[in-house]
Design a protein around this ligand. Sequence first.
Ligand SMILES: *Cc1c(COP(=O)(O)O)cnc(C)c1O
Length: 367
Amino acid sequence: MEPIYVTRSYLPKRSDFDRYLDRIWDSHWLTNQGQLHQEFAATLADLLGNCGVTLMTNGHLALEHALMALGISGEVITTPFTFASTTHSITLQHIKPVFCDISEKDLTMDADAIEPLITERTTAIMPVHVYGHVCDTDRISSIARKHSLKVIYDAAHAFGVKKDGQSVAQFGDMSMFSFHATKLFHSIEGGLLAYKDEKLKKTLDALKNFGIEDEETINLVGRNAKMNEFQAAMGLCNLSDLYEIIRERREIVMRYRENLAGVNGIRYFEPEANPDIEYNYAYMPILVDEAVFGRSRNQVYDNMKSRGIHTRKYFYPLITDFGCYREEYGDVSLPVARRSAQQVLCLPIYNGLGMETVDLICNLLKN
Ligand SMILES: *Cc1c(COP(=O)(O)O)cnc(C)c1O
């Protein structure tokens, strides 16, 4: 059997992509806010509704630009149960990350644990809609309002997720979406900032292009984080397939749930059980409770791997246990995050994964 990986990048119809390539060859315009970049940004602005949008070359730089544009400094309250990028963006901006535990319910930041972490140096909260699970946005925004904090959502996993019929981009001061090739919707590499205050657009556009405002004006010290035309072409192609992509992933997730329902010691999530939520089926995380299931998450991972099924311990280790953070943060008390990192396993999910393969993976898991 061919090995099965946890994900496989989506590719649009080759002929659709070729039509965009023809336009690039006609225009000789490869980057710097080209036609396709503008079209992609306009389509995304329509889709997300009611917010400013700025495209970047990747999600990580978008996060750093969010912190820069909002002038964040001092301390930022964030989650340890995420991809390295979230914390690195804070650290690289010379800000101190302050780790908040996560909620048992959906593994997003535990809103009840935020307030005790606020100090006079706190300027922002950076929660993550992990796996596309929507954070407790109401509580987070009321805490932020009470303490005059900014909120930047790492929404890397949450493209296509809606609450009350609107995109998750409506929450907080800014949201970052990642369009990396491994995400459910991608532009090869790519990132997007969505924000309430449309005045930020000018700052972000300058910051991502060396601070250049016009040919003779540079007032900000900026980097290069521009998205190019090939990325925008891939994004435009994939965007027209978005609802089909989500529909197919939903079927895969449903098949997993049918197979795993009632298996003692295996827990999965059903975000759309909340009628306000439209989920994107981005990931298939499960929690393996060794005491009940009889085998540990690591044993399940190893067994599957020996059969050519590559699951992923996403997220393990916790950020606070990484070599670069351990010394300073290794002792922070984060009981739920720590237990979840020991139990979590992401099962393969990608467009094109057959139902018989899902059944096979579940049978291996159960036996
Ligand atoms: C993918 C990801 C990022 C980084 O996005 P890139 O586009 O890969 O730079 C940040 N945070 C989370 C939670 C992610 O999954």
